[in-house]
Design a protein around this ligand. Structure first.
Ligand code: SME
Length: 164
């Protein structure tokens, strides 16, 4: 399954890409209960689907410091390790519980620049079955304005399917 996915060149419209990768993710995660394994798989498969996304990964709510995020499984260059709720795009998504679409990272107050290539970003809250916030998914693009409602809807659906 992993080889077949990695060899496949995913083409087509963004919504089609999310629909295809959602099915692939569901198939790979079938029967796997471990949270780290599930997050690593989602990060890897999403990163492989979009060429301009250079950072795709999770920040988890730290069980020891519930107002702090700590980095989890990701694909990309070195990310910062901890983000306090309310800081940057990730901290804003965690504090508000709302998906953040940032067309221009330089225009976002308090944006945390982990990699100078970042031009736009989306951060989506991740909830468990009971609705509790467990993490956020952060994706960074080298292209300005790379993310829109189609990304938010595609990602929200995948995260609900994988962790909800
Ligand atoms: N830009 C994010 C920080 C995390 S990294 O980009 C990997 C933010 O402002 O929350």
């Amino acid at each position: 399954m992993a080889e077949a996915f990695n060899e496949k060149i995913i083409t087509g419209d963004k919504r089609d890409r999310y629909a295809i990768v959602a099915q692939e993710i569901a198939a790979v995660l079938e029967g796997e209960p471990n949270l780290v394994a599930r997050m690593a798989t989602v990060a890897s498969m999403l990163a492989a689907t979009f060429e301009d996304h250079f950072w795709t990964g999770f920040y988890l709510v730290d069980p020891d410091k519930p107002d702090e995020l700590v980095v989890g499984p990701y694909q990309g260059t070195l990310g910062c390790l901890r983000i306090v709720f309310g800081r940057g795009v990730c901290g804003t998504a965690a504090a508000t519980g709302e998906t953040q679409i940032v067309e221009d990272v330089e225009a976002f107050p308090g944006h945390i620049a982990c990699d100078a290539r970042s031009k736009s970003e989306i951060v989506v809250p991740v909830r468990d079955r009971s609705g509790r916030l467990i993490a956020v998914l952060d994706i960074d693009s080298e292209r300005p304005g790379a993310f829109d409602r189609a990304d938010a809807e595609g990602l929200e659906r995948i995260l609900k399917q994988a962790f909800g």
